[in-house]
Design a protein around this ligand. Structure first.
Ligand code: F3S
Length: 392
């Protein structure tokens, strides 16, 4: 891979240890992806923020980087949700030893110059640059959304490569950064008899989960509606990013490539893989974290009702403030739900500490990870069914 003089110098350690490590990561990533060069980026979104995902090894590494002389993020850098509500962790009974580690991680990112974001829907929180802009986003759901809906160019960065991008302001020119690669490698044709009106975030989540497993490259969809709601697009993107390596989809693909049918059988098999329980002992909303629009819809749908069981709603602090201003927070809280801010719905000790054997959620990605990480059974249902069955 070609490096400029300045990049060579940084790689040799002239600009400090953090940049040297970052360039080593980029060079290794570039070799894997057959990249010819590095390119500048305008926005990095870093994952690997919850202590539950990075552990002590990750924290030690972050401390080493953030304590290196001169180490700073070179471009606008947002970060994923962490593993707890930073303000309310004590009230939510997060173990102190976990909280201390989590706060140390946050301190490292602060030192490096992160935007105080803690969100997996950064495109909802900050102004999105024009289509065609090169960014480096690590959160898979955001990367798929960014490429497919917003027209941004990003590879599906890993936690470590995104950190390297933030420290250098560059990424490797490979994969989805190259316009020619942004075309379907396989098509998924929706061919359902039972669900003629295919809409809603749960249905698109199930489709995305199936497609993400089947297609490692860009996914071309056929016979799906062309205008997705924000909730549908977000659910589809998150589900695609859950398994496999696809970083982009295209609606209404005309590409003449192998085509896989998504029939009632594939829909039902995917649902039964994800959902093991008739109902859940607690309700979880917000994987990916809820947007303002979703909080508004939830607030409207639950007016005058009360949850019969524990209900947790995940969103970022910034979204919480906006929703609070609109009165959505107050109405959701008066239904008995608890807000958890800045945390990931799945990679938090909170789910285990609920001490329930099953959870009901409307999120396909949440279904997959809550089962995997916390061993709970999942009841996967759409939002209105959850409200109907679990509120009075
Ligand atoms: Fe967001 Fe965590 Fe789900 S980062 S997409 S809430 S797994």
């Amino acid at each position: 891979m070609y490096l400029t003089n300045a990049e060579e110098k940084a790689l040799s350690g002239e600009r400090g240890e953090a940049e040297q490590i970052a360039y080593r990561v980029l060079v290794a990533t570039g070799k894997l992806g057959d990249a010819q060069k590095l390119i500048p980026i305008e926005w990095v979104h870093v994952s690997g923020v919850s202590f539950l995902t990075i552990g002590q090894y990750g924290l030690d590494f972050l401390e080493k980087i953030s304590n290196s002389k001169g180490a700073k993020f070179k471009v606008f850098t947002t970060v994923n949700p962490c593993g707890m509500d930073i303000e309310n962790w004590k009230a939510l009974e997060i173990p102190t030893d976990y909280a201390e580690k989590q706060l140390q991680i946050i301190e490292c990112y602060k030192k490096l110059g992160m935007a105080n974001s803690f969100t997996c829907v950064p495109f909802e929180t900050y102004k999105v640059p024009p289509a065609g802009t090169c960014v480096a986003w690590a959160e898979s759901s955001a990367a798929v959304f960014g490429n497919s809906i917003l027209g941004l160019r990003t590879n599906r960065e890993s936690a470590i490569s995104a950190l390297a991008c933030a420290l250098t302001g560059k990424t490797v020119y490979s994969d989805l950064q190259i316009p020619l690669n942004r075309k379907p490698s396989k098509n998924i044709r929706v061919n359902l008899k039972k669900k003629m009106d295919f809409s809603g975030s749960l249905n698109f989540g199930v489709l995305g989960f199936f497609a993400g497993k089947e297609v490692p490259g860009v996914i071309g969809f056929q016979r799906v509606k062309q205008k997705l709601s924000l909730a549908e697009a977000k659910a589809l993107s998150a589900a695609i990013g859950t398994l496999g390596s696809s970083g982009m989809f295209i609606l209404d693909s005309k590409e003449k490539v192998e085509t896989i049918d998504f029939t009632d059988r594939e829909f039902e098999e995917t649902m039964s893989d994800l959902s093991q329980s008739e109902n859940g002992e607690a309700v979880v909303f917000g994987c990916p974290q809820m947007t303002l629009e979703e909080l508004r819809d939830l607030s409207n749908a639950i007016q005058g009702k009360h949850f019969r069981k524990k209900c947790i709603v995940f969103c970022s602090s910034m979204m919480f403030e906006r929703a609070s201003h609109e009165g959505y927070v107050q109405s959701i809280e008066s239904s008995g739900a608890t807000f958890v801010r800045d945390a990931c719905a799945d990679f938090t000790p909170l789910i285990s500490s609920l001490k329930v054997g099953s959870v009901v959620t409307d999120s396909v990605k949440g279904a997959h990870y809550m089962r995997k990480v916390h061993g709970v059974d999942i009841s996967l249902k759409d939002t209105s069914t959850i409200i109907r069955e679990n509120m009075e």
